[in-house]
Design a protein around this ligand. Structure first.
Ligand SMILES: CC(C)(COP(=O)(O)OP(=O)(O)OC[C@H]1O[C@@H](n2cnc3c(N)ncnc32)[C@H](O)[C@@H]1OP(=O)(O)O)[C@@H](O)C(=O)NCCC(=O)NCCS
Length: 396
């Protein structure tokens, strides 16, 4: 194996087929089950898109009503999950809360399974588990933000759809329609993105025939990192550092001199712009107008034009979604958990797809450590000699 055979970071490696989404950097497009994500974000509810990702087609009215009924039935935060979240230190990152809560939900659901041989589950079981995780995540995320603010939890409302209820449980008041719409769009845009790091993590775990919950918990860990889901949170830290549009130039001079990565820009796959950005930027614009915050738009536009002008690196989805979530009222620490609530739909669709035609994911590595060496005074025993002899034999 030569150095050129090694694909560091698996860059450019096609690891499997998928029918769930298609990322085409050449045409700057992203399709979910064939539909452009921009069309879905403009016309569909997040519930309908979740159904599409799991089942392959958009739901008819009855199917959507059934999904919504199940989603409403599992919106409540179980008392023991709330108690588990309360054990997580208040100054731990909320992604640790989410990971802990999902892990407990999985352990409870799989209790009594008996053997690790039967944990991967049938498609029906995994679809039901996926819907339940999708339904309960808003309660987990909303409770996390409220507890950090010293507020009591808010019970879900059965008369509200997913996005409106999510905002209700977080803020304890009904949000305006433009806010609900912008939030719904963001959830759709974040729902799925082929073999990104967290989805691939979920598929690796599923490929061992472990359970869906373990795969989702692993994906949460992968999403936490600032090179992946943590970037939307990092964008707000950058905005806070810069302060206002007129500081962008000097701030950028210094950041680039220090070779800092500017969070919210760049993408492993899209090199000429992230296809989701214009849709999310339009949603951000409606929020800027709604909350009358032209200063946010000025900072956003100035940093974008300065950075693109200097480096030719374009914004990714985290760039507009960070300030959008901030305007809605989410704490910066809550941004990545919001990403979990959206991406759980894509993760679980991929877990089921992986299990549908499974092959254990196990790549090779090129060893570059010390040459073979031995412990002074070691005398090989018979078993070691036999193993060494067998290694010399040609493979049949
Ligand atoms: C997303 C990301 C990890 C993609 O990484 P990648 O495809 O491996 O690209 P690289 O990190 O190798 O970057 C290639 C070059 O562009 C530069 N670059 C890429 N993104 C940059 C950014 N956001 N700020 C400054 N420079 C950046 C790199 O420093 C590198 O320059 P070099 O060739 O002089 O060393 C990277 O763009 C990044 O770290 N972005 C910031 C984090 C972020 O927003 N993540 C969310 C992704 S959806």
């Amino acid at each position: 194996m030569t150095d050129t055979d090694i694909k560091k970071g698996l860059a450019g490696v096609v690891a499997d087929t998928t029918a769930i989404s298609k990322v085409n950097p050449e045409t700057n497009s992203l399709l979910y089950r064939g539909y452009p994500v921009q069309e879905l974000a403009s016309t569909q509810s997040f519930e309908a898109v979740a159904y599409l990702l799991w089942n392959g087609d958009l739901p008819d009215e009855t199917q959507l009503a059934q999904l919504r009924a199940t989603e409403r039935a599992y919106r409540h935060l179980p008392a023991e999950v709330r108690a588990a979240i309360d054990l997580v230190p208040l100054d731990a990152h909320p992604m640790d809360e989410v990971r802990t809560a999902l892990s407990l939900i999985g352990a409870k659901d799989l209790a009594g399974t008996g053997s690790v041989l039967d944990v991967s589950g049938s498609t029906e079981e995994n679809l039901a588990r996926s819907v339940r995780l999708f339904a309960v995540l808003p309660a987990i995320v909303a409770y996390g933000q409220r507890r950090r603010r010293g507020q009591q939890p808010v019970e879900p409302r059965d008369d509200l759809d997913y996005a409106a209820n999510f905002l209700w449980m977080t803020f304890g008041e009904e949000s305006d329609a433009v806010v609900v719409d912008a939030f719904n769009r963001s959830m759709i845009l974040y729902a799925e993105h082929s073999f990104n790091a967290s989805t691939f993590t979920a598929r690796v775990i599923a490929s061992t025939l472990s359970d869906l919950y373990s795969a989702v918990v692993g994906a949460v860990g992968a999403l936490k990192g600032p090179l992946h889901g943590g970037a939307n949170e990092a964008v707000l830290h950058i905005f806070d550092e810069i302060g206002s549009a007129e500081n962008v130039g000097p701030w950028l001079d210094e950041a680039l001199a220090q070779k800092r990565k500017i969070m919210g820009f760049g993408h492993r796959v899209y090199k000429r712009g992230d296809s989701r950005v214009p849709t999310m930027k339009a949603a951000l614009d409606t929020l800027v107008e709604h909350y009358d915050r032209p200063d946010v738009a000025a900072l956003y536009d100035t940093l974008e034009s300065e950075f693109v002008g200097r480096k030719g690196i374009y914004p990714n989805l985290d760039y507009p979604s960070g300030p959008a979530y901030n305007l809605i009222g989410f704490d910066t620490l809550t941004f990545t958990p919001l990403f979990v609530a959206a991406r759980v739909t894509g993760w679980t669709a991929h877990i089921m797809e992986q299990l549908g035609s499974n092959a254990l994911i196990r790549p090779l590595s090129a060893y570059n450590g010390p040459d073979e060496r031995h412990i002074d005074g070691y005398v090989p025993d018979a078993a070691a000699l036999e193993a060494a002899e067998r290694a010399e034999e040609p493979v049949a």
